[in-house]
Structure formats: C-alpha cells, structure tokens
Design a binder for this molecule. Structure first.
Ligand SMILES: Nc1ncnc2c1ncn2[C@@H]1O[C@H](COP(=O)(O)OP(=O)(O)OP(=O)(O)O)[C@@H](O)[C@H]1O
Ligand SMILES: [Mg+2]
Ligand SMILES: [Zn+2]
Length: 254
C-alpha cells in the first residue's frame, strides 16, 4: 500500500492506550486528525512536533546560549530610543510582506545584538531555519577551512549562509581597530548578500557598529542592497542619544 493511501484512523487504532503519553493531544504521534465539512479526513502536525522542531532549529542556529538572556521579555525600554527599537522590531516581526530585512547600526553596547537575537528567536519559534553569523568568528572559521583545504566544508557553510531562511549577520564589517575589511571578506559578504537579495523568501537581519552610509562607503553594491531591503526597518543608534548599556547597567535594572 502506498503512503498516500494510508488511512490515519486505521493507524491510530494500532496505538497503545492513552497512558503515559508526553503529549495527550496526539498521543505522541506528532500529528492530529480532523475532518473538514465534507467529512474528508486530514492530518495536522501537532504542537508537540512543532515544538520539537523549533528546539532542534534553535540548537542548530548557534543562538541557543544567547536566547536565554537576549529575548523580548528581557528587553527593557527605560529610554525613549529603546522603546523605539523595541517597537520597530515588533513591527518587523508582524509584517508578513516578503523581502523585508532588518538593519540596526550604531552605538556600541546599546542592545543591537540583544534585539536581533530576540527577533531571531521568534522566527525560530515559528520553525524557521535560522543561522547566527557573528562576522569576525564566521570569517575565522571560513579562513581556517580554506587553509585546511576543507573545500567541501567551506562550500557547505557558505551555501548555508546564502540559503538559510533567516540569517543574522552580527557586527557586519567589524575589524581590528583602524583596519578595513579585506577585499576577500567584501567579496564573500557580497556573494551572501546578493544571493539573499535575489530571493525575497529569505530574511536577513544585520547589526553593525557602522551606519548604512558607512557600509555604502565600504562597498556600494553591498550597502545599496541592504539599504533597499531594510528601507522600512532600518535603525541607527546615535552616539549622542543612545548609551552603552554595558557601562550603564543600573539604568536597565530598575
Ligand atoms: N534594552 C535592553 N534591555 C536589557 N538588556 C539590554 C538592553 N540593551 C542591552 N542590554 C544588555 O546589555 C549588553 C550589551 O548589549 P548588546 O550586546 O546587545 O549591545 P550591542 O549594541 O550589540 O553592542 P556591540 O556594538 O558591542 O556589539 C547585553 O548584555 C545586553 O543583553
Ligand atoms: Mg553586538
Ligand atoms: Zn502532540
């Protein structure tokens, strides 16, 4: 019998009695059965299966250790600019239009990574495949792969950055003090950004100490793509208005 002819009610009959299940709703089958108005039986993934999937995606994302501290419920808005950041991020999450990216640039320690991590966590809860790409660490990994001649691993990693449903690039173009990104780094970032730019199904979240004009100065092709995609969700935290929460923690813990 082919799969498409499987009768879900028949399958359910073979299950053990309703004792000791982790999920009583689906009796640990991972799906529930319902009937539509015409009596047609269909199956739906159970909440427990979705939760399991989200947990798996969280582990794979590289954000597992961060989401405990950096999520929306731990994000405080004691200052007007923090409230504005929070609202913009919420607006972004609830905007279902395709092709919108999120960019936040500026002041060190003002909560850019916290906010972007919180956004990603919500996408992961919605079972979206997400990758955290901390700029400098990711480039160290890519360089190490190349110098170890691990070309397959390198290609696989690069491909996953280009195609994952959600990519969070943290600290874009962060370099050692006084240095600029190398032309190879710019080339790699261009490849990633351009692939994602051409597929409006993919979401890209970017934080940087630079503002969009400074990104444009480094590379216009990269900057203008980011600018266009994050036109509606682009936050700049100015040096004058915003503060470094790391140096000012008492203001956050009321
Ligand atoms: N609004 C906030 N509510 C609670 N904690 C916050 C808030 N903003 C920042 N923090 C905390 O302050 C610290 C610094 O924030 P974060 O790392 O997000 O800053 P950043 O802007 O990414 O800094 P950098 O430019 O150095 O990368 C973190 O521990 C973060 O959780
Ligand atoms: Mg940061
Ligand atoms: Zn279930």
């Amino acid at each position: 019998m082919s799969n498409q002819h499987l009768n879900y009610s028949e399958m359910a009959k073979d299950q053990p009695p309703d004792l000791g299940y982790k999920c009583t709703k689906c009796k640990d089958k991972g799906y529930t059965l319902s009937k539509d108005e015409s009596g047609y039986e269909y199956s739906e993934e159970c909440e427990c299966a979705l939760l399991e999937k989200a947990n798996h995606l969280l582990k794979q994302s590289g954000l597992e250790k961060m989401v405990h501290d950096s999520n929306f419920s731990t994000f405080r808005y004691d200052y007007v600019w923090q409230g504005q950041m929070f609202s913009k991020a919420q607006e972004y999450l609830f905007d279902n239009k395709k092709g919108n990216w999120f960019f936040i640039g500026g002041k060190v320690g003002a909560g850019k990574t916290h906010l972007c991590t919180a956004i990603c966590y919500e996408f992961i809860k919605g079972c979206m495949r997400t990758i955290y790409m901390p700029y400098r660490e990711a480039f160290s990994v890519l360089k190490r792969m190349l110098s170890a001649n691990a070309r397959d691993e390198f290609d696989h990693y690069l491909q996953s950055l280009k195609t994952t449903e959600v990519l969070y690039i943290d600290d874009l173009f962060k370099c050692e003090k006084g240095k600029l990104p190398t032309s190879w780094e710019i080339e790699m970032i261009y490849e990633i950004i351009d692939s994602r730019y051409r597929n409006s199904e993919l979401k890209t979240i970017i934080s940087s100490e630079l503002n969009i004009n400074q990104v444009l100065e480094i590379d216009e092709a990269i900057g203008s793509r980011i600018y266009e995609r994050s036109k509606f969700y682009n936050i700049i935290l100015s040096e004058q208005t915003c503060s470094n929460i790391r140096l000012n923690p008492l203001k956050v813990q009321k």
